[in-house]
Write a protein of this length. Structure first.
Lengths: 112, 113
């Protein structure tokens, strides 16, 4: 069935280093891939997204890459800061339904 | 603030009881989605409504039901509550076809004792 795998489940980096989170989706019909950041006890917030007709998208320190052939996409955060510490979720959206299938989340800790 | 509102913020109840969670989408959004997030877990998709009609269903238990009203607000009804139903319940909304972005509400924290 529909599935999104996300790795790693936890990630610790030193402040200023880069962080990479990877997701793999199963349904080749998926055409929209958002990333959400969730701080403890708060709502998930959209931080960046990419559509299937684009290979890469960047917004300041955050970038997302998509490999449709391999059915995987990645979140890259450069120059990490303590406020980047949160849980990050990837998702894949099924074309025609707009239903999201979320990955299991990555807890990112940025060590000062 | 995403523009999506949810009430109540917190709900404490006992096993076997029934509760109703309410969600108001962003102005103009036609789709409403419900998610369950158990402690330190991911976001489990429950159900989606679009302009009053059920559009997609996830792993929603038979004890749970939802509806979207003509003014587009939505309610999630949870009955015969069990301890394992304790979780954060999020509502999200999105706009017209072609706009995939979902905006999440602040959530309702349900505690079943």
């Amino acid at each position: 069935g529909e599935n999104v795998e996300q790795h790693p489940s936890t990630l610790s980096v030193q402040e200023g280093d880069s962080a990479v989170i990877k997701c793999t989706y199963s349904d080749s019909a998926s055409n929209y891939f958002p990333w959400y950041k969730q701080e403890l006890g708060k709502r998930p917030q959209l931080i960046i997204d990419i559509r299937s007709n684009v290979g890469e998208k960047k917004d300041q320190r955050i970038a997302v890459t998509l490999n449709k052939t391999a059915k995987h996409f990645s979140l890259h955060i450069t120059e990490t800061q303590p406020e980047d510490s949160a849980v990050y979720f990837c998702a894949a959206s099924l074309a025609g339904t707009y239903k999201y299938i979320f990955g299991t989340g990555t807890r990112l800790k940025v060590l000062a | 603030d995403s523009g999506v509102t949810q009430t109540p913020k917190h709900l404490i109840t006992a096993t076997g009881q029934r509760v109703t969670l309410r969600c108001s989408p962003r102005s103009g959004d036609l789709s409403v989605y419900w998610y369950q997030q158990s402690l330190d877990q991911g976001l489990q998709f429950l159900i989606q409504y679009y302009n009053g009609e059920e559009r997609a269903k996830g792993n929603i238990l038979e004890r749970f039901s939802a509806q979207q009203f003509p003014d587009l607000h939505s309610e999630l009804n949870l009955s015969s509550l069990e301890l394992g139903d304790s979780a954060l319940y999020f509502c999200a909304s999105s706009g017209l076809a072609g706009k995939n972005e979902q905006f999440f509400g602040p959530g309702t924290r349900l505690t079943v004792l």
